[in-house]
Write a protein that binds this ligand. Sequence first.
Ligand SMILES: *[C@@H]1O[C@H](CO)[C@@H](O)[C@H](O)[C@H]1NC(C)=O
Ligand SMILES: *[C@@H]1O[C@H](CO)[C@@H](O)[C@H](O)[C@H]1NC(C)=O
Ligand SMILES: *[C@@H]1O[C@H](CO)[C@@H](O)[C@H](O)[C@H]1NC(C)=O
Ligand SMILES: *[C@@H]1O[C@H](CO)[C@@H](O)[C@H](O)[C@H]1NC(C)=O
Ligand SMILES: *[C@@H]1O[C@H](CO)[C@@H](O)[C@H](O)[C@H]1NC(C)=O
Length: 276
Amino acid sequence: MFPVPLLLLLLLLLAPGSAAAAPGVTARTLAPCYSADLRPASGSLVSAVGCTVLLTAPALRGSRAVSWEYRAGTEEGVILSYAHNRPSFMSRLYENRTTFNESNLSLQVVLQSGDSRLYRLRSQEEATAWFHLHVVAPLSKPEIVGNSSVKAGGNTKLVCNVLQGKADSYWWKKNGQLLLGSERIQFVENTTLCILRASISDSGYYTCVVSNAVSQNETSFLLHVHHSANVVLPVVLACVIIGSLAGIFVWCQRREDECDNCWLFTGAPWRLRTRM
Ligand SMILES: *[C@@H]1O[C@H](CO)[C@@H](O)[C@H](O)[C@H]1NC(C)=O
Ligand SMILES: *[C@@H]1O[C@H](CO)[C@@H](O)[C@H](O)[C@H]1NC(C)=O
Ligand SMILES: *[C@@H]1O[C@H](CO)[C@@H](O)[C@H](O)[C@H]1NC(C)=O
Ligand SMILES: *[C@@H]1O[C@H](CO)[C@@H](O)[C@H](O)[C@H]1NC(C)=O
Ligand SMILES: *[C@@H]1O[C@H](CO)[C@@H](O)[C@H](O)[C@H]1NC(C)=O
């Protein structure tokens, strides 16, 4: 015996005039188009803003007059109509960015962000099933916000912001290698990389990689972890100053009588040259 839900599904599939019985639209993205999938798809397709999609439909009965139609929620409309070998209507929404092929009735559309809709071809006698087109904005280079110079032992964070489009995933690389999380390296809310108790070896190029269905992009950031400045820098400066003072003192003691000779000696050739 069939379980009841399966039986209902079978009845739905076999019912005359149901969606499964209608001829289907096939669509594919034309190259070049970011990293979108260029394979043809039936039922639905994900493509990118700015790319061109080709919608094709099987031969319909009564196709001397046809229309490509769209539907989005309750809003429905005609993209273009074609009757008796000539175009009879063109929607302003799709004007100047669609090409209709009269021999196979296919439609090419250069996509805009509002084109995530259902599409179908209708003739006088029948219509295809609705085809679902998802239009995704390609990702621009993300922006990394953080402090490029960090004291050893301190905590720091790098935040990766997507400026255009919506990312489905984020990951980080350090000097080109995938960065894995650890007790000290943590990923917070996808966008943020936290480095706790930074050490000198944490210095390097950090890359944030973002991706969605149609694109991938990345940005790098040079992080420099240095020795704690408020201890090291004054010590180094003090050493340099003390050393210099001691050196000058010794040098002056030794050279006290020779100093004037030195000046004369080094000055002579210069004076000669300028006179020539
Ligand atoms: C399409 O191009 C024509 C001619 O260049 C122009 O008059 C019309 O406004 C354009 N339509 C749209 C929707 O941009
Ligand atoms: C229209 O479709 C036919 C058949 O697929 C094809 O041979 C032809 O090149 C297409 N025409 C244009 C202008 O794309
Ligand atoms: C990354 O984004 C920039 C614009 O910020 C764009 O020019 C570039 O083509 C994108 N790269 C990829 C691989 O999509
Ligand atoms: C960078 O460091 C300064 C002081 O060291 C701090 O005020 C600032 O908030 C830091 N910026 C970020 C983005 O963490
Ligand atoms: C972001 O992280 C949350 C959990 O913190 C997760 O549920 C979500 O799927 C992540 N989103 C992306 C775009 O990676």
